[in-house]
Design a protein around this ligand. Sequence first.
Ligand SMILES: Nc1ncnc2c1ncn2[C@@H]1O[C@H](COP(=O)(O)OP(=O)(O)OP(=O)(O)O)[C@@H](O)[C@H]1O
Length: 246
Amino acid sequence: MNPPSAMPFQTVPPAPPVLWCQNLTKTYGAAPALDRFNIAVPAGRIVGLLGPNGSGKTTLLKMIAGVSHPTAGEVRVCGLPVSAESKALVSYLPERPYFSRSMRVREMIAYFNDFYADFDGAMAHDMLAHLGVDANAACSSLSKGTVEKVQLTLVMARHAALYLLDEPIGGVDPAARDYILSTIIRGYRPTSTVILSTHLVRDVEAVLDDFILLRYGTMMLHAPVAYVTQEKGTNLDAFFREEFRC
Ligand SMILES: Nc1ncnc2c1ncn2[C@@H]1O[C@H](COP(=O)(O)OP(=O)(O)OP(=O)(O)O)[C@@H](O)[C@H]1O
């Protein structure tokens, strides 16, 4: 009897990065708002996108979300070029309010539930209860900070692979910030990747794994927070202030 032939050696190809950008560039006028930006971010990272006003943070997030087209370069989400398929994997919180002020909060939840297959309505109601938001309130009656809480809830209640959060805690009170950062962003989605743009470095640094520093549309640094705390012997907030001292 012939010996069984050896099984061919099979390797499982590594999963593509959740976010991959190559030479990503956006030019509005003469100077690029974002210039040849390169990155690969694997699953499970929480990344702070940091930089002074006008450094290109919103420009970058909009191109990843597919609401703005690059002048040059490429974005891939879980290996997919920007498309309806990639957008289904991305939950995006834009910097400005976008939802209908004429609806009630619970109607917004129902709307998201209908629109997104990955939306978790029970989770959304639970988050709102923790944040002290009345689901029966009319959106037009909400304060600015409460609107932000509702928007962030709608974004984080999706089971997305990639969350893009443009200034998610700028307008909310400090107690709610703690809940949003530690529970919603760190706790609910331990395996998802989050890119979070903010000026509130001191508030967010405890939940970040990595950070990106942008200046004039150019990436200055992409590193783990531990690079600052262990190798530089300081914290991210102090490091940022030193790098961008006016
Ligand atoms: N639609 C637009 N038309 C022209 N220029 C734009 C447009 N959007 C952004 N820019 C310019 O691109 C640059 C980057 O802007 P962007 O909003 O991405 O910066 P940012 O880092 O998010 O700033 P901030 O921290 O103030 O929110 C700025 O110089 C800005 O003026």
